[in-house]
Design a protein around this ligand. Structure first.
Ligand SMILES: [Zn+2]
Length: 481
């Protein structure tokens, strides 16, 4: 999630050096001790549903790093999992948010017939099918397109030191039986992107990348580990909401392995010490969240220094601003220790448990912000109050926690309401229901909604399984219905 650094990010020195009081609540290590909670949870563990007939994306990218463009062949294999026949498919094309960045060269159907009578609305292409696609039927679309990367300090485009490719290919959005295709416009206020607008189902990816220039100088960070043959990198990633790259000729790398997971960082020259530290912080975060929910299911977690001033989660990969790395001070009282657990927790609450990030962003962002303090409670309990004071209370956050990304007031209003007020809301719920019910409910929510797109009601349903405490007054205080 885009997270602009809190205003005082460059000056952690003006934070209190000692917590004013120690309100640390250590996270219980055994979160489900009563027979009721543990039996509900163990039965839930067996109920993780792996979606079948997932969409498959084959993406073959030839990338010209120094001349800032790419040529892509894409084959989307799609099964209609709804109960109605589709006469057209929707292709959503995020690069079209950047004028001139996306050029469609050809589009053809499963029989190889060229499709030209598509209809365009914003970044969406409605693609008519020769025959209606019946429920459970599978078809495919083949596209060839060119990407001219915009000069943008962000997750799609070229900055001084890297090329980032997130949301770089056409995808088929989720289809809801009552709402239809789930797509939302990007929200930009004062030239600043507010939140995420792309909603993805889990899908499978087979991706290749061929670099045309100075291959030996360039490092590629990606959502999955690469296999390299004859200069072509191949990647396979299952059950993911997207596949991202960050490419640079200026990376310094560090890797550690914990419980079989490779934790691999890519940072710029000035931040090599922080590049090592971030792998240790991420390892602690993976361990904690793995214990709270279920182990991180991927082979690798990639952490990349972003050449811009915000942070972003992707499947199997997180980007953390170079500003956060540059100001790392070798102590846990630093934004790197605050924000790494935040981004890592999105591997559970964004990647594994999806949500509509435009309409209900609190489901990943309030939770990710709250996971920062869970991290401090586990590993640095003396800094818990410092975290609350500086990360949350200092901003006197207000606003409806269940605001969407189109909230009036743009980014700051959004961050205060969804992230910061959201963390306060979760703490109030925890205080009301007690630690045991709270952590059992979070785990239940994580298990029952794994690989799905969860809603606020799913969250409250999980709480209600473990606590009869009436939360109406808390909801009334933090939510608008
Ligand atoms: Zn976030």
């Amino acid at each position: 999630m885009v997270f602009t650094l809190p205003a005082p990010h460059v000056q952690l020195t003006d934070l209190p050096t000692e917590p004013t009081r120690n309100s640390a609540n250590p996270i219980p290590t055994d979160i489900a001790t009563t027979p009721t909670a543990s039996s509900i949870l163990s039965s839930a563990l067996n109920e993780v549903k792996i979606p079948e007939n997932r969409t498959h994306y084959e993406l073959n990218l030839t990338l010209n790093y120094y001349t800032h463009y790419g040529i892509v062949e894409e084959i989307i294999t799609y099964t209609n999992r709804s109960t109605r026949a589709f006469e057209e498919l929707l292709l959503s094309i995020p690069p079209k948010n950047y004028p001139g960045s996306f050029t469609l060269q050809s589009l053809s159907d499963a029989d190889g017939n060229s499709i030209t009578n598509w209809r365009e609305e914003g970044i969406n292409l409605y693609v008519p099918l020769a025959q209606p696609l019946q429920p459970n039927q599978t078809t495919s679309l083949r596209l060839n397109f060119r990407l001219d990367f915009p000069t943008v300090e962000g997750t799609f485009g070229v900055s001084g030191r890297q090329t980032n490719l997130m949301n770089w290919y056409p995808y088929i959005p989720p289809y809801d039986e009552t709402e239809g295709w789930i797509t939302h416009p990007q929200q930009v206020v004062n030239n600043m992107v507010v939140g995420e607008y792309v909603v993805n189902e889990v899908a499978d990816f087979d991706v290749t990348l061929k670099l045309t220039d100075r291959e030996e100088l360039i490092e590629v960070a990606a959502s999955a580990p690469a296999e390299e043959t004859n200069g072509v990198r191949s990647y396979h990633l299952e059950l993911a909401r997207g596949f991202a790259f960050s490419i640079s000729d200026s990376y310094f790398e560090h890797e550690i392995v914990q419980d079989g997971v490779r934790i691999h960082s890519y940072v710029f020259m000035e931040a090599q010490d922080a590049g090592e530290a971030v792998t240790e912080i991420a390892a602690q975060a993976l361990k904690l969240f793995g214990e709270l929910y279920y182990p991180y299911p991927r082979e690798m977690l990639t952490i990349v220094a972003a050449d811009f001033l915000h942070n972003m989660e992707m499947d199997g990969m997180v980007m953390i601003s170079y500003g956060v790395f540059d100001f790392y001070n070798d102590t846990p009282k630093t934004n790197l220790t605050i924000l790494t657990p935040h981004e890592v927790s999105h591997q559970w609450f964004y990647s594994l448990v999806g949500n509509d990030q435009a309409k209900e962003p609190w489901l990943d962002e309030a939770l990710a912000t709250y996971h920062e303090v869970l991290f401090y409670q586990r590993y640095h309990p003396d800094l818990v109050q410092w975290w609350w004071d500086n990360r949350v209370s200092g901003f006197a956050p207000q606003g409806n926690v269940n605001s969407d990304i189109y909230i009036a007031g743009g980014y700051e209003a959004y961050r205060n309401a969804v992230y910061l007020h959201g963390a306060m809301f979760l703490q109030e719920i925890r205080d009301a229901v007690g630690d045991e019910a709270f952590f059992a409910a979070l785990k239940d929510y994580a298990i029952n909604n794994a690989y799905q797109i969860a809603t606020s009601e799913d969250f409250f349903d999980s709480i209600a399984k473990f606590s009869t405490v009436n939360l109406e007054s808390i909801r009334g205080q933090y939510f608008v219905d």
